[in-house]
Design a protein around this ligand. Structure first.
Ligand SMILES: C[S@@+](CC[C@H](N)C(=O)[O-])C[C@H]1O[C@@H](n2cnc3c(N)ncnc32)[C@H](O)[C@@H]1O
Length: 338
């Protein structure tokens, strides 16, 4: 995630920019895929090196202004698609393989600071939370879905301890009148909670995170995105991923470990490896890179960021079903429509 600096020009702060550039060495050139363009922080930095090309995507049409600026400057070296990254394999035509794939997950400051989109519990607007290319909004979830699903969403996707009390109160209140605006939901959450367990974050933070993840199907997007990324990455190429919450990090960690030599360590159900076996990722070290103290002091939003990366081997086969099975509980939940 990035934040806007205090400058009136609204400059942007892509998280761990230096660390990402160190890993993908744009000075050496190559074909890059930026799966989360946002306002183009990484893409523009990469394109400032002459022998690079970037294909970028973002599901949010609000990125258009930044896309046009980048296009004007870098012309044919830059291509953009307003698509979800779960579909990257359909976008990259003619079996093109790329050298680096970057995911900077979550929402951008541009999204959260736009108080008309309902991402923040500080919004005064309608309950929306759609990043773009969605099937439902926050309003539809809160007003049409059953108590059980709302409870499961708050519990599993938000790790909200008082999910049951909140979902019960939502159902009670919506019987009186539809819950349309963000402040109405914030009030319901406040009234339902017995205890403010975590004084460091707002009482509504976890519920809002859960609703946003569900509305944008963020877990399904990540799982499909990773599987498809592995298919279009060149041997020797890298996937670089920045996550912002524990569910995302758990998925990325499992993906890299499970499809590398660390496989047997990732689950007690898998047999030990033998040396003949080939893996999708080479020499995966399970290393996590975090923002420096300096970066956190300049951009507090970066404090929960974790960067992981892995290098693709020549192996062409892997079984994505194992990944889907492991995270079935999230996938099943995100696919509910009642
Ligand atoms: C944290 S921001 C990326 C910021 C970017 N690295 C920069 O430097 O400006 C995440 C972006 O990813 C986009 N996004 C999130 N999920 C997506 C998905 N499944 N498919 C495509 N774009 C997605 C969001 O709309 C948002 O613009």
């Amino acid at each position: 995630m990035k934040s806007l600096s205090s400058s009136k020009n609204l400059s942007h702060y892509p998280v761990m920019l230096e660390e990402v550039m160190r890993l993908c060495k744009p000075e050496e050139g190559g074909q890059f895929l930026d799966c989360t363009f946002g306002s183009g922080g990484y893409t523009n930095k990469i394109l400032s090196y002459p022998r690079t090309k970037v294909i970028a995507l973002d599901r949010d049409i609000y990125t258009e202004k930044y896309v046009l600026q980048t296009k004007k400057k870098y012309k044919d070296r830059f291509k953009f698609y307003n698509k979800k990254f779960s579909e990257i394999n359909k976008i990259i035509e003619n079996n093109i393989k790329v050298d680096f794939i970057i995911f900077d997950l979550g929402i951008s400051s541009l999204q959260i600071l736009n108080l008309n989109r309902g991402f923040s519990f500080k919004s005064r607007s309608s309950l929306d939370m759609r990043m773009g290319l969605n099937s439902i909004s926050g309003y539809e979830l809160i007003n049409n879905f059953g108590a059980e699903t709302i409870n499961d969403i708050l519990k599993l996707l938000g790790e909200e301890k008082e999910s049951y009390r909140i979902s019960k109160k939502i159902i009670e209140e919506r019987k009186k009148k539809p819950i349309k605006e963000v402040p109405e939901l914030v009030e319901i959450i406040k009234k339902s909670k017995r205890k403010d367990f975590n004084k460091k974050i707002d009482i509504s933070t976890k519920s809002f995170q859960a609703i946003r993840i569900f509305v944008n199907k963020e877990i399904s997007e990540l799982i499909e995105g990773l599987i498809n990324a592995a298919k279009i990455l060149k041997a020797g190429g890298k996937i670089i991923i920045i996550t912002f919450h524990s569910i995302e990090d758990k998925i990325v960690k499992f993906f890299f470990n499970h499809y590398s030599k660390n496989r047997s360590k990732s689950s007690r159900y898998f047999p030990d490896n033998n040396d003949q076996q080939k893996f999708l990722f080479e020499n995966y070290k399970n290393k996590v890179i975090k923002p420096s103290k300096k970066e956190i002091s300049e951009n507090n939003a970066s404090r929960s960021a974790k960067l992981r990366f892995a290098t693709r081997s020549e192996e062409s086969f892997f079984d994505p079903k194992e990944m889907k099975k492991k995270f079935y509980n999230y996938l099943e939940l995100e696919n509910r429509n009642v």
